[in-house]
Design a protein around this ligand. Structure first.
Ligand code: CMC
Length: 423
């Protein structure tokens, strides 16, 4: 028996079928109200599914995150970022041959056109690296016009490869430009993460070799950030893609969304907050301020997780490995105390606010000597894999349409124009 939602309006009764725990919003149109056909009002899409997706599963109450059915802790423990990118895109883990071929393809497409380097150079030195990378990624469409052929599977795949392969180069060059250093070109001999670290940190005098513990920690961070279903930036990617846009233009929009302090920019904001708190004994005073609405506890709370974010747990553990190499970040003590007090406090308990992915990641990035402006860039680079998978799923989904929400109009109607001299 099909479940239905019964609605009574204007003396009539309507039974709307419930499928997969949802009703089709379009079905509501048959319910007439005094203001016209019934619609939903849902600012922030608190309870609206905009697509069907088979990529990432989250159970926010239980704190579960899976990519294509594989638990995030198993992937973080054993996989590489490129392996996870393949899984997100193709739905299955690659076998050894498929993985070797995929790594070779991605790793040999890392070079970007020299004009992109010049383009990044043309920014002021203090331009935020996220802004430079957003523009550089969106510009890729002009170098690869085949990306506009959304109905060509080969073109789709090739341009996804290019995006995933080249974004570390653009990210590293955006950073090197900020610090006035020469660009480091990609090295095909190095894996995805090691090559990225080398492009960021290599100096003229010596070859940069990442400590394997640091390299593995970065790999884990990349895996944890690779996808997160319909978050704000993925929604931006899908919305832009729904108008028939290529993967670069769509990813550029995703980078813009991720730049915001309530989304990817939160890791940068966490460090700023910890520094402002300054010492463990000032934590209670800060928490009181949060409760009185004076500040937000950055790195806490999540639209979906009403439990400990499983990514935060893994990152907290990765902190230990990195700090073994770099020495402990002194802000860790403040973060741990903040977490302890918040998790016991009625305000946070009642609202089910727990540490999210951004609470501890910034501490690692800072210990690795990344400036705060780079933190969100380090989120965007791996998230490209998820954006590409979600873009592909969206543009190949026959149920998808151009995304165009309704509004509840609250303004004036039918006013007569008044000439300026009469106003
Ligand atoms: N500090 C203090 N109060 C909070 C916080 C916080 N970090 N987060 C939520 N609340 C309160 C909020 O004031 C509200 O209280 P009330 O019911 O009394 O008005 C209640 O909790 C519900 O919050 P909300 O803003 O309606 O929840 P949301 O789902 O719209 O927002 C969020 C989710 C992530 C934007 C929010 O929790 C937040 O601003 N957190 C801090 C920023 C942050 O860490 N962002 C990174 C998110 S994880 C990475 C990512 O996916 O981008």
């Amino acid at each position: 028996m099909t479940d239905t939602l019964s609605i009574r309006s204007g003396g009539a009764s309507f039974d709307l079928p419930i499928t997969d725990g949802t009703i089709k919003a379009n079905d509501l149109k048959q319910v007439s109200t005094a203001q016209g056909p019934l619609a939903t009002y849902d600012p922030g899409f608190m309870n609206t599914a905009a697509c069907r997706s088979a990529i990432t599963y989250i159970d926010g109450d239980a704190g579960i995150l899976e990519y294509r059915g594989y638990p995030i802790d198993q992937l973080a423990a054993s996989a590489t970022h490129l392996e996870v990118a393949y899984l997100l895109l193709k739905g299955e883990l690659p076998n050894a041959d498929q993985l070797a071929s995929w790594e070779h393809t991605v790793n040999t497409h890392r070079f970007v056109h020299e004009n992109v380097g010049n383009f990044i150079r043309s920014y002021r030195h203090d331009a935020h690296p996220m802004a430079k990378m957003m523009a550089a990624v969106a510009s890729m469409q002009t170098f690869y016009p085949s990306s506009r052929r959304l109905d060509d599977p080969e073109a789709r795949e090739m341009n996804i490869v290019r995006l995933i392969a080249k974004i570390p180069t653009m990210a590293a060059w955006s950073y090197r430009h900020s610090i006035g250093r020469h660009y480091v070109y990609p090295n095909d001999e190095l894996g995805y993460v090691d090559n990225f670290l080398a492009m960021l940190f290599q100096s003229q005098q010596r070859v940069y070799q990442a400590d394997p513990r640091v390299s593995r920690a970065m790999e884990i961070l990349f895996i944890l950030h690779a996808d997160h279903e319909q978050n704000c930036s993925t929604n931006a990617v899908r919305a832009v893609a729904s108008a028939g846009n290529d993967v670069y233009t769509s990813a550029g929009a995703g980078i813009g969304a991720l730049f915001g302090p309530l989304h990817g920019g939160a890791n940068e904001a966490v460090l700023k907050m910890l520094r402002e708190i300054g010492s463990v004994d000032r934590v209670p005073e800060f928490v009181e301020g949060v409760k009185n609405g004076k500040a937000r506890l950055m790195g806490f709370g999540h639209r979906v997780y009403k439990n400990y974010d499983p990514r935060a747990r893994i990152i907290k553990k990765a902190c230990d490995d990195v700090f073994e190499v770099t020495g402990v970040n002194p802000l860790l003590e403040i973060a741990v105390e903040l977490e302890r007090i918040a998790l016991e406090d009625e305000y946070f308990v009642k609202r089910r606010l727990y540490p999210n992915v951004d609470f501890y990641s910034g501490l690692i990035y800072e210990a690795l000597k990344f400036p705060p402006e780079m933190f969100t860039v380090l989120f965007a680079v791996p998230r490209t894999a998820g954006w590409a998978a979600q873009w592909l799923e969206g543009v190949t989904d026959p149920e998808q349409k151009i995304m165009r929400p309704k509004q509840v109009y609250t303004g004036h109607r039918e006013r007569d124009f008044v000439p300026v001299e009469a106003r």
